[in-house]
Design a binder for this molecule. Sequence first.
Ligand SMILES: [Zn+2]
Length: 447
Amino acid sequence: MAPVLLRGGSLIDGTGAGPRRADVVIDDGIITEVAEPGSSVAAGPTSSEKGPGPATVVDVSGLTVLPGLIDTHTHVTLGEPASNDELFFHRQPALATLLAAFNVGKILRAGVTSIMDVDGLFDIGPALRDAIAAGLVEGPTMKSGLYALMTAVGGTAGRMIPGQGTAGYAEVTRNRDEMVTATRRQIKDGADLVKIHVTGSVPTRRGELQVWTLDELKTVVDTAHDLDTPVVAHCRNAGSTRDAARAGVDIIYHASYMDDEALEAVVESGALLGPVFTFLANLADYGPKVGSPVTALDVFRNEIESTGRMMRQAYDAGVPLICGSESGFIITPYGHWHAREMEIFVEVLGLSPLEAITCGTRNGALAMGELDRTGTVEVGKRADILVVDGDPQRDISLLGDRSRFKRLYCRGREVDLDRPWPQRPPLPGERVVPWAADPLTWDLVRP
Ligand SMILES: [Zn+2]
């Protein structure tokens, strides 16, 4: 196939450099040239006697060219459940697999060329990753976890987490032997990363408690690192963030309500931070629009504000921040909210749009261990490129507006953005269906 020359666009390359006019050449899936406008060798002779150059020229003048977005916190196998009940009791492997294959293309069409799928159902994740890489399924390049490891205290799904074994996205490890065994087995089964739920809820307490000891965290981290596999952690308080960092966890998600000690531990350890504000922000800002029964929405706003202050300090101390959307729930359906984290980084952390774009592209590649292959528009990298109408430096939110997308390349292949957005009816048994909204009492009907 002939090389493709994206000519005349304004390039934001993802390195943090400001926009500049540049021509970008894609050849055989790779970016082979980033050149001053009009100076590309791939363009070949352009005068009328000599005919057109060998490259297929795509005029992108007036448009912005930037790296494909990287969402480092998705759950592509969950299938947008409306509740934990639905997620834990209304999924079966074959249908969940087909549904994940249907959904993952929507993430790509939202401009996301790479995802880290941190945990999910059954053993679907690695299979989906391999199917995408082999071209069986259209989707972004994927790194996949398997079940999230929990202690017997469980996680945020309370008593739906069993005392042992697996359910939903959870795998319960009751002691150090089981922690070692589960970690090794997940890696054998194809996990690119191991996820730990360091905090969980119990019915007698508000908020989340730390449910792993430092020593237990080290057990998993050491086992995974011995097998050259990174560990990521869900931490919704200061102590869990501190201990995860001290144990050597590579990526800490949420890191809510960090204190100085936790921040110091993160800076010292070199961990990356992904606050994953999007889910909370969607609930707080738009939950009432979709009839979300969750109350105390200001609690979510407060978590964003207070965690945001510490995230800003972490950023200033040189901690790489990464963007994640928590896509996979009814509040964060696939293909809709992958760019919102960058908006929140601008609004809440006070980052410039350019800095936020670097978090959502280059730093994502760093989190995936793929910085030598993607995350920026530079020679030698995979051609993961998004072309948008407008200036994201002026309005970062346009990166969430698919109507502004003009071209999208993933691993060098152009994605068809013109097809209608995939729609589907509900699947049999997918939703929890109540018998009634209220008890049918005698007085109600027999006055
Ligand atoms: Zn998550």
